[in-house]
Design a protein around this ligand. Structure first.
Ligand code: NAD
Length: 310
């Protein structure tokens, strides 16, 4: 049984606002709860993002983290109904496991075979995946449409799968997936099959070891997205593209990594003079905003969140 890593003594856990001053609470008898169920999860930035959004908009909601592994998941999901919570985020190791406890899935969630957001409508639980929405929206925020574009995508894991699926659903013309021959290869093959079956997007999978194909694909692409985590600890000084000449100026280079803020890949792209180089912060805020909208019907104040958190 997963044990909660916190002390359960309230007096042990002090809280101040972002300004360092004690917080005067808005919680009362009407407050509606939203959760995050994952393990480990105490490091998450989502509670800060959602609780500050509730406060900014004057909404009587609270977002709390629950350390939940697969072993406690069924009970935790049933508690969403029992406690009449509005819903929950779900992260590893529960993104696939949670599906069997839900009533319905969004089309993207079904295609990804993963859920990161649960919405509770009077006892009916629907699973969504918002990471791909976050990716597409973060580009829209920068004035970039993915429609009819060619994208080279490195990776087939938890971030790359919803990016590929949502991009295909939203009209990207072609996705060329590159992956190493590791335990995610089968997922990469599955992503190709699903996208071929459910959308008009052209999609292919190539072994990342074929560096000539990788280079050629990037040169022919409007968007290069790295969703591998290479560039993040412990691979902080690494990038899949070392040579700036692989990029062209008019393309988008997108790294899903958000710490460090400027990855090695982004530095290579900047050296190449690429106009649109992005880290994963925009995607992270927008995936949260998409969940927030599902729960509240309201737009998250994303400019405010970016200002206070990043
Ligand atoms: P994951 O483990 O599910 O998938 C990793 C992918 O990278 C797999 O396809 C794997 O085959 C590939 N890979 C692993 N090591 C590699 C290497 N050395 N060379 C080439 N490919 C390699 O991880 P994930 O959950 O998809 O996360 C990937 C990255 O995306 C992380 O940096 C994570 O922080 C980030 N992320 C960002 C957001 C966001 O909102 N910005 C959301 C989710 C994840």
């Amino acid at each position: 049984m997963t044990e909660d890593s916190r002390s359960n003594k309230i007096e042990d856990i002090k809280i101040t606002g972002l300004d360092g001053k004690p917080i005067t609470g808005w919680l009362d008898g009407h407050t509606i709860l939203v959760g995050l169920m994952a393990y480990p999860i105490r490091h998450s930035m989502s509670p800060t993002m959602h609780n500050n959004s509730f406060a900014k908009l004057g909404l009587n909601g609270a977002y709390l983290c629950f350390e939940i592994g697969n072993d406690k998941l069924e009970g935790a999901v049933n508690a969403i109904r029992t406690l009449d919570m509005r819903g929950s985020n779900v992260s590893m190791p529960n993104k696939k496991e949670v599906i069997k406890y839900l009533d319905k899935l969004s089309p993207a969630s079904e295609m990804c075979d993963a859920v990161n957001t649960i919405v509770n409508d009077h006892g009916t639980l629907t699973g969504y995946t918002t990471d791909g929405i976050g990716f597409v929206q973060s580009l829209k925020d920068e004035g970039i449409s993915i429609k009819d574009k060619v994208m080279t995508l490195a990776g087939a894991g938890g971030a790359a799968t919803p990016i590929a699926v949502q991009s295909a659903l939203d009209g990207v013309k072609e996705i060329r997936i590159f992956n190493i021959q590791d335990d995610k290869w089968a997922q990469a093959e599955k992503n190709v099959k699903t996208i071929q079956e459910k959308t008009d997007c052209k999609v292919s999978l190539t072994d990342l070891a074929d560096q000539d194909a990788f280079k050629k694909s990037i040169a022919e692409s409007d968007i290069y997205c790295d969703a591998t985590g290479v560039g993040m600890k412990p691979l902080e000084d690494m990038t899949l593209v070392e040579d700036p000449s692989w990029f062209h100026k008019d393309m988008v280079v997108f790294d899903t990594v958000y710490a460090p803020r400027t990855t090695k890949l982004m530095k290579v792209a900047q050296k190449a003079g690429v106009k649109h180089v992005f880290d994963g912060i925009g995607m992270m805020i927008e995936q949260g905003a998409a969940s927030f909208k599902l729960w509240t019907g309201k737009d998250m104040p994303t400019d405010y969140i970016r200002e206070i958190m990043f």
